[in-house]
Design a binder for this molecule. Sequence first.
Ligand SMILES: Cc1ncc(COP(=O)(O)O)c(C=O)c1O
Length: 413
Amino acid sequence: MDGHMAPRMDLAAIRADFPILSETVRGKRFTFLDSGASAQKPRQVIGAMVRMMEKAYANVHRGAYHMSEQATEAYEASRRAVQRFLNAADEREIIFTGSSTNAINLVAHSYGRGVMKPGQAVVISEMEHHANLVPWQMLRDAHGIELRVARITDAGELDLEDLAAKLADGKVGLVAVTHMSNVLGTVTPAALIARMAHEAGAKVLFDGSQAAVHRRVDMQALDADFYVFTGHKLYGPTGIGVLYAKAALLEAMPPFLGGGDMIAEVTFEKSIWAPIPGKFEAGTPPIIEAIGLHAAIDYVEAIGMPAIEAHERALVDRAMARLPHIEGVTLLGRAQDRGGVFAFALDTAHAHDVATLLDRAGIAVRSGRHCAEPLHARFNVESTCRASFGLYTTPEEVDLLADALGQAREFFR
Ligand SMILES: Cc1ncc(COP(=O)(O)O)c(C=O)c1O
């Protein structure tokens, strides 16, 4: 696993970094195809978090003593690692939250209620995860914001003509769309969407929960105003997410949560907010999780995002060569630009039954609607199974899935 930006990666060495991958399930090898829900963790992440707790733990930003200073330095070093990872201009543009969900809710409250005006609109798309849908419905109901939903095509790509139409009246304050669908695998043309939003006078937020895991994302190239991702899908721990936002926007936004650490001065009469990013990090932050996220970023960067992307592209090609040709299997979405997420339905069985049968073969896939109920309604399917790949997924595992699905079709005939 050496060599920055290496076009290839040593899959066996990578798999050896993930202890759980050598587990068995009822005597069968564990084939984990649910990284889109939450990825497994390498020793490097687990070790960094344990070392922090064993040797360098204290609360941050509080104590003048050695351990607290050390913990604060480690926490802030993680912020700088995220800044580099996203190519953000300024480390103050990185806010640690609990998750992508928390980050989007932060924007919906602070930017939505604090900066947007009633009568303005937010545009989302038909393929959003509930995390990038429900907060905007709440904003709509609380603050008189119109919620517009840009259509997707039958191939599962964002309908850019419809997006342009939804932007045309100049009332849109924010376009909030996914950078990669957690159901269809579709990667959206983010730089183009940002340009369209900006030309219409709107800001743009990308839900990068899936995208940031699979390819390099660059805030300068995208010109994103807001970008969110979540640690646990990036081989890091749960309990930590990231909001990137341009500094000028963060300066203009009121805080989301009040409490310790987010203030510069407090009297009974009033409080003065801390400068960014502190203004948006009330209370004790996810300290150990930030250390874990830093280790996860170091881990994927040592492999190289281009190498990860190339590996996953080969897996996608292999899956596309097999899955759509299995009798009775319908795949949702055929986007040109896509990542390793495949939602499918079997004509003769419910998704839960298919997933249960796959589990008997040691294959873990998710079944249900994957927090995207309106998207399933859009495609007229009640529920699907979803297989999603990680950097440790092997071509053989893709074949195992295809073989097992073929057998499942036989079983449920
Ligand atoms: C596209 C997308 N957005 C948002 C989320 C929410 O992430 P979290 O549950 O970590 O907040 C997910 C997770 O499933 C996702 O796939």
